[in-house]
Design a protein around this ligand. Structure first.
Ligand code: 5GP
Ligand code: ZN
Length: 115
């Protein structure tokens, strides 16, 4: 398979379905789902199905599949307002989950406090 799994990784478990998630999109190489503690309403995580801890470790094939998925979600958020894309690598950079993930965070003017 083109997808490598890490047995103790929560996002690998989400991909497999052994931990539940609110799935937004899935194909052979990429998975997108709702963040469980959203920074704003609609906060989505996009991840490569193959396990890698850091951005610089993700195989090109997986990044090339993932980016258009992130772009599609971003274009939907843009139609409704604005958005941030965030991607943390390493504890010093606030990475809590050691499976690469892109945060796509909508900014909605109607939202309280966060906007
Ligand atoms: P990091 O700080 O590593 O960039 O972000 C990790 C993100 O994963 C956080 O926004 C957190 O809310 C989210 N997260 C952690 N565990 C789970 C989970 O089990 N399910 C979902 N849907 N999101 C999670
Ligand atoms: Zn993983």
């Amino acid at each position: 398979s083109r997808v490598k799994r890490m047995s103790n990784c929560i996002f690998c478990k989400i991909i497999q379905g052994t931990i539940p998630s609110f799935k937004i999109y899935e194909n052979e190489l990429t998975y997108a789902f709702m963040d469980i503690q959203p920074l704003s309403m609609g906060h989505i995580l996009v991840i490569p199905k193959t396990h890698a801890q850091f951005f610089h470790e993700v195989p090109d094939e997986n990044l090339q599949d993932l980016l258009p998925v992130a772009k599609k979600i971003a274009s939907v958020f843009h139609k409704k307002g604005a958005y941030n894309i965030l991607q943390n690598n390493g504890r010093l950079a606030n990475q809590a989950v050691d499976h690469v993930h892109f945060h796509i965070i909508p900014k909605n003017s109607e939202e309280d406090g966060l906007g």
